[in-house]
Design a protein around this ligand. Sequence first.
Ligand code: FUC
Length: 318
Amino acid sequence: MIKAYTLKNKHNIEVTILNLGGIIHEIKTPDREGNLDNIIHGFKHIEDYTKNDAYFGAIIGRTAGRIKEGLYTLNNKDYKMPTVDRGNGLHGGANGFDKKMWDVEECLNSLILTCVSTDGEEGFPGTVEMTVTYTLTDEDELIIDYKGITDQDTLLNLTNHSYFNLNPKETILEMELMVNSDQLIEIDDVSIPTGNLLDVTETPFDFRTPKKIGRDIFLEHQQLTNGGGYDHPWLVKGDVKLKLSDETTGRQLIMSSDQPCVVLYSYNFPLEGHKNHQGLAIEFQKEPDSLNHPHFTSCILKKDEIYTQQTVYKFKVE
Ligand code: FUC
């Protein structure tokens, strides 16, 4: 049975998480006038997440993003994961971590989610034990900590797939975005990384100085054509790696992460009944398809090593 768990802090910020996929169903934060709104784009009813083709709010694993043809070689052995996106592997296969029922433990201001992924699941070796902890602080931060161990060498590269909209009455095009990144990972026409890094200077992908998401999204650019809009990995740096703000409501989201890359998806291909650009998926992770590009950060987790990832979402209003 799908169950919802809510964390609440002293400023009335509320975060609701599901046992299914560890999905962030809602985050309610105040606007300038103190009105609470849900700033997560997803489904209204929690039962609807049983078919979640947009990966709304979910934990993504074992591997976030695309793997070309679902193929990779590890320790001289060839592996193939299910190919669910135009002949390529995406978001951990056909039944990734987003579709799992996680065990949830409530602990003060945290929710501790655990699951086991068995050896061979979705074409990945090793039995992996995962713990994902959601913590809501009185400093208005949602902290997501990921931890994983394996009994054989395997791949692990997790993210959360929440779509944010700080002014949910509108699309995301009027929100201002800052991404602390000089380099974009080029994608081909089926959204697979080519391995090339593009300098963002004087391109629609330059968000070093904050600008509205809608400013350049409809410009002529081969990369925008390939993604149908923004649907790309950026290499990120610095403490504050991303900042989203909305003038109308005064809401801000400031993000930091120990990950080298963020994939931003401007919801270019909405589900039936949804509109384009109703949310911005912000996915901190290691570079997708890294095993097929030696200059990307490795996502191999060796037996007896511990995988960790931390991403912090700070909510502000000005
Ligand atoms: C994102 C994208 C995809 C996809 C999906 C729902 O992360 O990179 O293109 O369609 O999630």
